[in-house]
Design a protein around this ligand. Sequence first.
Ligand code: TPP
Length: 522
Amino acid sequence: MTDSESWPTRLIETFRCCGIREFAYGLGSRNAPLLHALFGVRGFSGWSFVDERSAGFFALGRARASGRPVALVTTSGTAVAELLPALVEATYQALPLLAVTADRPKRFRGSGAPQAIEQAAIFGEYVEGVSDVAEGERWDLSAWSRRSPWQLNLCLEEPSFGEGRAAEALPEESGPPAGGLDEAAAVLSRFCNEYEEGLQVVVGDLKPWERSAVADFVHRLGAPVWAEGSSTLREVSGLRSQLLVGGEPELQGRRFLRLGGVPSGRFWRDLEGAPQLEVLSVSAMPFSGLARESTFLRAPLEDLLPKTGVRPHPRAVERLRRDAGRFRRLEKALATFPGSEPGLVARLSQVIPPEATVFLGNSLPIREWTLAATRRDKRWDLHASRGANGIDGQLATFFGVAAEVEEAWALVGDLTALYDLNAPLILESMKRRPRLRIVVVNNGGGRIFGRLPAMQALAKKDLAKLEGRRDFPFSKWASLWRWKHLRVEGSEPVPSDLPEGGWLLELIPEDAQTEAFWEAIR
Ligand SMILES: Cc1ncc(C[n+]2csc(CCOP(=O)(O)OP(=O)(O)O)c2C)c(N)n1
C-alpha cells in the first residue's frame, strides 16, 4: 500500500466504524487532503477553527451533548500541541475524542525541520492509545474503548488530493465492550446493603445519558443524597424526601457512595483527610478522585446501576431535620442579600426558561448554582465541563454543547470569559444559531481564591493581587460579536424576558452583600 490518496478513504471508514459523525479542525496544508476528503462525505459535519485549542474544547462540548465520539483533525507542529488541554479534560470526563494529527514523514523526527515535532508521544497519559502510522501502513483502532481520547498520528508525504467519497447512509456503529458488570454490581450492592445507618450518596457531574439510571437507583436506595448542580438531580421531585438542600453533607458517621464525576464540594476535599470514612466511587472515568484509599468501580452508570439490586434504606430523620434548618437559613440569606453573588445566581436561575440548555463554568458559578439555584424542575439540559476543572476553553465547550439547541445560557466568571475571547468565532459556521445568553458574573477577578481558608488571612492588597483584580470592558467584547449587552448591578432585577438576538448579561455582585451572605450561612 503506497498511495497517500487512499488514506482519506480509510479515515472515512474509521470514522464510520467508531460512530464519528462530526469533526472539528484547524486549517493547515498537511491535513488538507484529509479535510478535502471528509468535506465530501454526506452525513459528516465539519467545524472550522482558527485556533486548535478552541477546536479541541468545542469537540469536547459536542461529545458531551451527543454522546458520540468526535474527531479533531489538525496539521502538524504546535497545532497538535494545542489539543492537549481538551484531551486532558476529555480524559477526566471519560469522553471520546479522536485526535487525527497529520505529521511529517517519520524520517523528519529529531531533525528540527519546520513543523516537525515529536507528535507521537506528545499527549502522554492523556490518550488511551496512539496509532503512529507511516505512509502505506494500516491502522487498527479496535482496542479503543471510546471512553477516553485516542490519537491517530498520520505521517504524510507532501500533500496530494484524491477524490472524496460520497457516502451512503452511515451504518450503525458497534458500542464499546461491556465486561465485568456483574462483579461490579455485586460489589456495589454489598457496599450499600451491608450498611444502613449513615450511608451518604453524593452525585457529581452526570452526562445526559447517565441521569435517569442514577435517579432511579438513588430512589430505590432511599438514602440521603447531595447532588451537584450539573447532575440535575437537585430538582427531581421524586427525590425530594432524600435530597440535602441546606448545603454540603457532614462527614462524621458516614459511609460515602459517589456516583458520576468528582464532586466540586468542599466536603470531597475534606474526605481526603478522613481516611477512616469509607468511600466507594462509581464512574465511567478511570479515576477514584481521591488520593487516599477508597474503592473504585469504573463502569458505565447507565449499564451498571439498573443491574444492581439494593434494599431500601431507612429514612435518616435526624439528618434531614438538621438539613431543613440549614435550608431555612439559606433561604433567609438569599432573600436578605439579593445582590450577593449567590443571590444573583439564584435570581438568574429563576428567569432561565424551561427546557433551555444551561452551561455552568468552573470556579464559583458551579458551587453557587449547586447551593442557591432554584429547585423547580425546569427540565433544563444542564452541563458543566468538570474533568480537570480548568477555566480554559469553557466558552468553546459551551458552544459545542449548544450547537444544535434552541436556547443556551452560559454562566461563567469574568476571568473565565477573558480566557476564551476568540471562542465565538465558531458561531459564524452554525447553520441554525442558538439563542445565546452569555452571563458573566463580573466580580472583578478570580474571587474563588478569597474563599479559600488559607487565603483569608492575607492582607487585602495581597489577596487582590492573587485574585487578579481588574475591570474589563465586557460591553466592547459584546459589540465585537454583535451581542446586546446589559449590566445588572447588585439587587437590580435580572430581566426575565430578553428580546431576540444574542445577549451578554453582566452580573455585578455587591461585595458587602456577598460577604454578609456567606457569614449568615456559616
Ligand atoms: C487553565 C486554568 N488556569 C488557572 C486555573 C486556576 N483558577 C481556578 S479558578 C480561577 C479564577 C477564576 O476566575 P473567574 O472566572 O473570574 O471566576 P470566580 O472565581 O470569580 O468565580 C483560576 C485562575 C484553572 N482552573 N484553569
